[in-house]
Ligand binder design. Structure first.
Ligand code: SPQ
Length: 433
């Protein structure tokens, strides 16, 4: 249990949030699939990404890590060794789903497991298309739940139309496609985060992106390279939202990822009336990044739906809190995917914000929030979900009484150092001049 009492009225200054979780996972995965050395800088040393490293070490890949610098030295996927035990993905959906695609095309037989939350999350969105490619995956009801046994073997390319907008499904099939006979093509209805596509190009895969379609040719050997991981905009979103809500606040985010498939939060902050300035934008190798300043503005309600949803899916818990401080009714819809995250985020966010006085209701595919409302204090649970835990901590900044957070440790899944950065940014009002 952690009690958060906000006794400094504004947030101001600079912060460099930790490395992007999605990009960190993929860098270790592709570094391990590729032959030779991959050097990663800015790696996220959060719990989820450490589970990905552990799995590849068990498969015989040499991975050395000094803080956020990681060196992967791999014989390539065909040279991996049989693991001596189960491969444990912990709480990480990305690790589990992407590993299924990778292992399906290897020559390894292994068992993939996860923690209690991950063992309830659906895997058949990945195991069904992989089975069509010829993958042998057994376990759970119809291959839907961990633990799953994967016997790697010969795969055949498919042409797959994605029923859900999911970067994890897309990435799992692309990874399987690397080792399949023929060219695998995936069509999305709405573009989801494209880090896998960008990184496959960096590692020398034969990949083509054409609007909503991605194709990868099987059989090419990948070679190790250098990956620079920018700061995670999904982590920055918590302090961006705090700065937008607290009068007098202004925070500058350095080296933060600005991939357009992830910047929906900036569009929402602008639409709601916060001040958002891109001070610098660079096109790094593979991923754009830059410096962003977010300052307080008088907030108004907005609607968040359709193609915007995949561009900010993980930011919806903090956006719901933001909406409690906006004038009018904010509607979030088309976000039923929130129900199958680390927890049911529609139910969790609604129940926790209601406890402290928010006027919020859950719908099947989103939330409706009437604002502005003054928030009181109380005990909030994270449900073991890092994004709900951080939302609770930011709620404490605007609540009239202290907020206790049950199970705050889960925040280290994506943002180790979250409370230290919060302490650094919190200032007495006169610090802003
Ligand atoms: O890895 P995990 O547990 O699935 O993490 C989450 C998160 O909030 O950190 C979702 F719970 O992020 C997903 C994200 O929602 C990470 C991700 C990726 O790296 O590919 C894609 C999104 O999931 P999906 O199901 O839409 O593909």
């Amino acid at each position: 249990m952690k009690t958060v009492v906000f006794d400094k009225p504004i947030l101001t200054g600079d912060v460099a949030v930790p490395g992007d979780k999605s990009i960190s996972h993929r860098a270790v995965m592709l570094g391990s699939i590729a032959e030779g050395e991959t050097k990663i800088t800015g790696f996220l040393d959060g719990e989820d990404c450490l589970r990905t490293i552990d799995i590849f070490r068990q498969l015989g890949v040499s991975i050395e890590r000094e803080g956020t610098n990681v060196t992967v030295d791999s014989p390539g996927l065909q040279g991996w060794q049989l693991p001596s035990g189960d491969l444990y993905a912990g709480n990480s959906g990305t690790t589990a789903r992407l590993m299924l695609g990778i292992l399906a095309g290897s020559n390894i037989e292994s068992v993939l497991t996860g923690d209690e939350s991950l063992s309830k999350r659906p895997m058949n969105r990945v195991t069904l298309p992989l089975s069509t490619m010829g993958a042998s995956i057994a376990g759970g009801p119809d291959g839907n739940l961990l633990p799953l046994t994967i016997a790697g073997g010969h795969l055949t390319a498919i042409d797959y139309k994605m029923p859900v907008a999911s970067a994890q499904v897309k990435s799992a099939i692309l990874f399987a496609g690397l080792n399949a006979e023929g060219t695998t093509t995936i069509s999305e209805k709405t573009v989801s985060r494209d880090h896998t596509e960008r990184m496959l190009m960096q590692f020398g895969a034969s990949i083509q992106v054409d609007g909503f379609k991605v194709s990868v040719k099987g059989g090419n050997v990948l070679h190790g390279t250098e990956v620079i991981v920018p700061g995670d905009i999904s982590s920055a979103a918590f302090f961006m939202s705090a700065a937008a809500m607290i009068k007098g606040s202004s925070v500058t985010f350095k080296n933060v990822g600005l991939n357009p498939t992830r910047t929906g939060i900036l569009d929402v902050l602008r639409n709601m009336g916060a001040r958002v300035e891109i001070l610098e934008e660079k096109n790094g190798v593979g991923e754009p990044f830059g410096t962003v300043k977010v300052s307080y503005g008088e907030l108004r309600a907005t609607e968040i739906s359709g193609e915007l949803i995949p561009r900010l899916i993980d930011e919806l818990p903090i956006i719901a809190l933001l909406a409690t401080q906006a004038e009018g009714t904010t509607v979030i819809k088309d976000a039923e995917e929130l129900r199958v995250k680390e927890t049911d985020r529609i139910a969790a966010v609604t129940s926790e914000l209601k406890k402290i006085g928010a006027d919020i209701e859950a719908t099947d595919d989103g939330m409706i929030i009437h604002g502005p409302t003054a928030l009181t204090g109380g005990t909030l649970t994270s449900y073991g979900d890092h994004r709900v835990g951080m939302m609770a901590a930011i709620a404490a900044l605007i609540a009239s009484e202290p907020i206790q957070i049950e199970d705050p440790e889960c925040i280290a899944i994506s943002y180790p150092g979250f409370f230290e950065d919060l302490d650094k940014l919190a200032q007495p009002a006169n610090a802003n001049g």
